[in-house]
Design a protein around this ligand. Structure first.
Ligand code: ADP
Ligand code: ZN
Ligand code: ZN
Length: 735
């Protein structure tokens, strides 16, 4: 008798539809395990599906029911807790399940490639290899000798690349393994396993470490608040060491790729581990090898960005989310997930420890600490006893400003240059000038597709739209009045850097923004140059605010933040306070006490004053109280239905109907939920498409999710909306 209860497989397919697809399991085929891939036909084409559930019934009529063609994986690609997490994500984010699962896998596994062991990328000497006479070999074949020498301890491809600095060691390696002198081995063997001792922890660090260590082995989330340079990373490393000793794996998340190398170095040095890296600029092959090593348990430490959170780790014992406040943890397109929040869920499902670290925790996290959901540890002083920098607000009203800089600021920079010190000028705008305007008629160069001004890039000699990336040549004349008098308005990093270079012709002025760091390794090269410690001025965007250790910078100058002081976005002050505190944290990490200079037209602004006189946590308290009174997150919950189309009328119509239906669903049953809109998105037009939102806000998550679920289903039934691109954004960070 065939087992009637296991005849239907419910599959997720990588299609933009939030539903499962039923296929029959042919007689004689073992029912596949949930989390395995299978091969099916979908709309006449071969497609890979993920088994989500096995069932004994289906709504699909027998004549239309297709059978699974073959099973690709024998075992689930996810460890059980992670698979449960994926199921949770599906119900939480109301996003097409196939896209959620695809996000969680390396690209290679989104197709039908078998998840078999990749060619090993670590090597050791064989017995024969170990017996070679190196001295003799050195004369005959020096490159072979060098490789044998390097492999005195087993090594990975990554360390060999570092060791041979770009010379082609792989050819030599192939040659020697053909001779039987070397062989592939596990990464675990390629770690030297004896990390170097770190500094003696100070009492605050000890206390934090003890508090967190106590909870190892069970689920708990810790918020590690620590001022910039307070030694949070040391605490993570000591904790990781303990977790590794207990035979568990460790996952580190950082907000961006640029921060991977410095953590990688410290993990190697201190934990004696060769971590695997997971980030978006890896090739498909690299991503797969990293995934495989983590999933097989061979690698004990993973370092990665946002999506690394979904790495299969059968023995996960600790997750660290560094710079947890960073908005890069939220994906802003396709599946709009927040990796930091999902980390909390994963830790609870894996029954493991989660540490969220920051000098400027998100208000949500502080509220979670206040309510006891997270345990709070504090590091209030810098690890090597440097003082926190002083602040100085410089009034811009009625002052002569040249290319964005006050004479007083210039003087401070000049002093620093004279003393042979490094300075940093922060300005959140790349390019030469954000606007190009006609002096005669007021025409300005706007992007045709976004209705917003295009930035003039002087060096590249073009106008660029920073929203849709479109470009065009710089016009010689005003297209409206034919005047030749086109002027740049406002400043970007290029303009400030040019101005400073003219002022300080002998001093290197180093621009650090997306334009100067596009080339591979460019960012690392710049940081290495700055690391040498010679006098220079760094001019950069928010890339500079992120966790980089710049020991010789003693002056930070911050320009052009006034817009955020009066923004309509209720998160603007929180984000500004984080940015200012982080930029300030780059200053004065060495022997010299740092100074932070902020140019503003509003030096009396109450919240700005509170930040610099009482610090981030004090301001955060005030902001939380304001949120509580206004009923805003984290004291209420939001979701946005986003819609985009090239026809504005169609959008308004569709969203109005959706809003009307939502109101009708809620009518009489609940009152503490609001539907706002349709309203234009903050960027109301981008790349030729109009963008509108419907905002939902509720007092409880349950209520919000219930309603959003209804609305999501409703979208599928709206007539005539096929040209609209929809997205549901749970816990949105921007309008
Ligand atoms: P954070 O992660 O909070 O920015 P780090 O852990 O990177 O801080 O520490 C900042 C600097 O202080 C690093 O150079 C680190 O090696 C050093 N450091 C950390 N803890 C100690 C300590 N207990 N004693 C001496 N130096 C320390
Ligand atoms: Zn004109
Ligand atoms: Zn544009």
């Amino acid at each position: 008798m065939p087992d009637k209860s296991r005849t239907i497989a419910r599959l997720a397919l990588a299609v933009p539809l939030n539903r499962l697809f039923d296929y029959s399991i042919p007689a004689g085929m073992q029912a596949p395990e949930p989390g395995c891939r299978v091969q099916v036909k979908f709309a006449g084409r071969k497609k890979v599906g993920w088994v989500v559930a096995i069932s004994n019934s289906t709504e699909v009529p027998e004549t239309k029911l297709l059978a699974i063609e073959s099973i690709i994986d024998e075992r689930s690609l996810w460890n059980p807790a992670l698979w449960e997490l994926m199921t949770w994500c599906r119900s939480y984010y109301h996003h097409p399940v196939g896209e959620i699962l695809a996000t969680a896998l390396p690209p290679a596994l989104r197709g039908s490639m078998a998840a078999t062991a990749p060619a090993s990328e670590s090597w050791r000497l064989t017995a024969t290899g170990g017996q070679q006479d190196l001295e003799k070999l050195l004369k005959r074949a020096p490159r072979q000798a060098a490789l044998l020498q390097a492999l005195a301890v087993p090594a990975t491809a990554e360390s060999l690349s570092a060791y041979f600095e770009g010379s082609d060691w792989r050819a030599v390696l192939r040659n020697l393994s053909a001779k039987g002198w070397l062989e592939a081995c596990l990464v675990a063997e390629a770690s030297n396993l004896t990390g170097q001792k770190g500094p003696q922890l100070n009492s605050e660090q000890e206390q934090a470490l003890a508090g967190i260590s106590e909870t190892l082995g069970h689920y708990s989330t810790h918020l590690l608040y620590g001022v910039t340079g307070s030694g949070k990373t040391e605490v993570y490393l000591q904790l990781a060491l303990e977790v590794l000793k207990r035979g568990r794996q460790v996952l580190f998340l950082v907000p961006e790729i640029g921060l991977v190398p410095q953590l990688l170095r410290r993990v190697r040095q201190r934990l004696g581990q060769e971590p695997v890296l997971v980030h978006s600029s890896q090739s498909d092959g690299e991503r797969y090898r990293a995934w495989y090593r983590a999933a097989s348990g061979e690698a004990r430490v993973v370092i990665g960005t946002r999506s690394a959170l979904f790495t299969t780790l059968p023995e996960l014992g600790l997750i660290v989310v560094d710079e947890e406040h960073d908005s890069a943890y939220k994906q802003q397109d396709h599946w709009r997930y927040q990796a930091r929040d999902i980390a909390v869920k994963r830790a609870s499902l894996e029954n493991c420890t989660l540490v969220l670290g920051s000098a400027t925790p998100a208000l949500e996290s502080l509220e979670n600490a206040a309510s006891g959901r997270y345990q709070l540890s504090r590091l209030e002083t810098r690890a090597n006893r440097q003082k926190m920098p002083d602040w100085q607000l410089l009034e811009m009203r009625q002052q002569a400003v040249e290319d964005g800089l006050l004479p007083e600021t210039l003087k401070l920079l000049a002093d620093n240059v004279e003393r042979g010190l490094q300075s940093l000028v922060f300005l959140n705008r790349r390019g030469y000038a954000p606007v190009l305007m006609c002096r005669w008629c007021g025409w300005q160069a706007d992007c045709d597709r976004c209705d917003s001004p295009m930035t003039w890039h002087q060096r590249a000699n073009h106008l660029a739209c920073h929203r849709c990336d479109s470009r065009r040549p710089v016009p010689q004349r005003c297209p409206d009045c034919d005047s030749l008098d086109l002027r740049p308005l406002g400043e970007g990093t290029e303009r400030v850097a040019d101005y400073l270079q003219a002022q300080f012709p002998q001093t290197p002025i180093i621009r650090f923004d997306r334009d100067t760091t596009r080339r591979k390794n460019a960012a690392a090269d710049i940081l290495a140059q700055v690391g040498e410690g010679k006098a220079c001025i760094l001019v950069g965007t928010q890339m500079l605010a992120k966790g980089h250790h710049l020991p010789r910078v003693s002056l930070a100058v911050i320009l052009n933040i006034d817009q955020s002081l009066f923004s309509t976005d209720f998160r603007a002050i929180e984000k500004l306070a984080q940015l200012l505190t982080q930029v300030a944290g780059r200053s004065g990490r060495g022997e010299d006490k740092g100074l932070v200079v902020l140019q503003t037209y509003h030096p009396q602004h109450a919240q700005l004053q509170q930040l610099i006189s009482s610090g981030y946590l004090s301001l955060a308290d005030t902001l939380l109280e304001e949120r509580r009174q206004a009923g805003l997150p984290p004291y209420s919950y939001q979701a946005i239905v986003r819609a985009e189309s090239s026809h504005q009328g169609e959008l308004v119509q569709a969203l109005s109907r959706l809003a009307g239906n939502a109101e009708a669903i809620m009518d009489g049953c609940v009152t503490n939920i609001q539907v706002l809109g349709p309203m234009p998105a903050l960027q109301a037009r981008r790349a030729g498409r109009y963008r509108m939102n419907l905002l939902f806000q509720a007092d409880t998550r349950a209520l919000l999710h219930w309603l959003v679920g209804q609305v999501a289903a409703d979208i599928g039934h709206l007539p005539g909306t096929r040209k609209i691109r929809w997205a549901i954004d749970i816990d949105p960070q921007e309008l």
